[in-house]
Design a protein around this ligand. Structure first.
Ligand SMILES: Nc1ncnc2c1ncn2[C@@H]1O[C@H](COP(=O)(O)OP(=O)(O)OP(=O)(O)O)[C@@H](O)[C@H]1O
Ligand SMILES: [Mg+2]
Length: 342
């Protein structure tokens, strides 16, 4: 659906995007994550050629956009909607007129356009605001209006650049839910730029992490959350779960380890329920587990558990615990305790 090949964007020696390849498939909700200045907006703007790459190829919906005539490109762009952090609505037009704007020149009759715009306003849940002006709406309502406007020209792709960054957490969830509906019910492929892993966790099936113009890690959301590889991916994942912070707190304040006790983390993915595994750890190796903190989240429908535990047992059995847990599909890491042994 979208294939970017060897994309580089060079702004007078500022390399905003550095040799990026990315493939986004039909039906994906694809997250692009990174800190400010990583090049996310620049990369996404190459998808509709709002930003022409210095080097590389942009293939969208089976066509090489760089080879299209200006007229053909204008037509193609109608298939690619876009929404932004600050909504970008036309302030002197009503909500209804904002939605009508992209289809003002379409072949539909005046009545058909109006019916369509009202149907879209209903879809996004603000039909009663049709005659209001943008400054009479809340941020969430303005973004709903922007989504309706982006859908007016029946796009196959929707690009979202920090679309929820200006909204409070509750409104963010509502907008994400709406985007999920747009993806599932209208079959629209969505690309979401964000610096919030919560957004990725909530609705993306795949994601890529950008740093200094490059994609340094990518995969299914489940892979990234359960096995982040690069330090930056780990940082994003841990911030979104508060896991790293909790571990530090436990390490510093909570726990006085006994002589035969270690501090450990257990990460597991899927239904491999920990209760029986922890029980088996005791039955097989005589190691007792004390759960100190933890969280279990559903990532694209699969449970991902992160537990912080203390383990107590004989030295050699504590050593064997890691292998035992691995045989049960869980990843155990000893992070503190019996000095230098494990
Ligand atoms: N039009 C431009 N001219 C010159 N430099 C630019 C231009 N647009 C972006 N840049 C530079 O390119 C780099 C990447 O910018 P970009 O806006 O893509 O980052 P971003 O990841 O979207 O950041 P943010 O999260 O802050 O929106 C930055 O160093 C920025 O200063
Ligand atoms: Mg940006």
């Amino acid at each position: 659906m979208i294939e970017l090949k060897n994309i580089t964007v060079d702004f007078d020696h500022v390399i905003a995007v550095d040799d990026v390849d990315i493939t986004i498939e039909k039906g994906d909700v694809y997250g692009i994550v990174g800190f400010s200045g990583a090049g996310k907006s620049t990369l996404v703007r190459t998808i509709n050629l709002l930003q022409r790459p210095t080097v590389g190829e942009v293939h969208v919906l089976g066509e090489n956009l760089m080879e299209l005539s200006p007229k053909a490109l204008r037509e193609k762009r109608k298939e690619i909607g876009m929404i932004f952090q600050n909504f970008n609505l036309l302030s002197h037009r009503t909500v209804l007129d904002n939605v009508l704007y992209p289809i003002r020149k379409s072949a539909l009759s005046k009545e058909e356009k109006r019916t369509k715009a009202l149907r879209l306003l209903k879809l996004v849940g603000i039909e009663e605001k049709a005659d209001h002006y943008p400054n009479q709406l809340s941020g969430g309502q303005q973004q709903r209006c922007a989504i309706a406007r982006s859908l007016a020209s029946d796009p196959s792709i929707l690009l979202c650049d920090e679309a929820t960054s200006a909204l409070d957490p509750k409104t963010t969830k509502q907008i994400l839910k709406l985007l999920k509906t747009v993806n599932e019910e209208l079959g629209i492929t969505i690309v979401i730029i964000t610096h919030q892993m919560e957004v990725v966790k909530e609705i993306c099936n795949k994601c890529a992490i950008m740093q200094e113009g490059k994609i340094i890690e990518r995969g299914s959301t489940l892979e990234i959350f359960s096995q982040p590889k690069t330090p930056l991916a780990k940082e994003f994942v841990e911030t979104s779960t508060d896991y790293g912070e909790t571990l530090e707190k436990v390490r510093k304040n909570l726990i006085r380890l006994k002589e035969n006790e270690v501090l450990a983390t257990i990460r597991y993915v899927g239904e491999s329920a920990t209760e029986p595994t922890i029980h088996q750890l005791y039955e097989t190796l005589g190691v007792t587990t004390n759960i100190l903190a933890g969280n279990i989240e559903l990532i694209t429908g699969t449970p991902v558990g992160n537990l912080i535990v203390s383990l107590e047992g004989k030295r050699e059995n504590l050593k064997a615990a890691k292998e035992f847990m691995a045989s049960k599909g869980a990843n155990l890491n000893i992070v503190g305790g019996i000095h230098g042994v494990l």
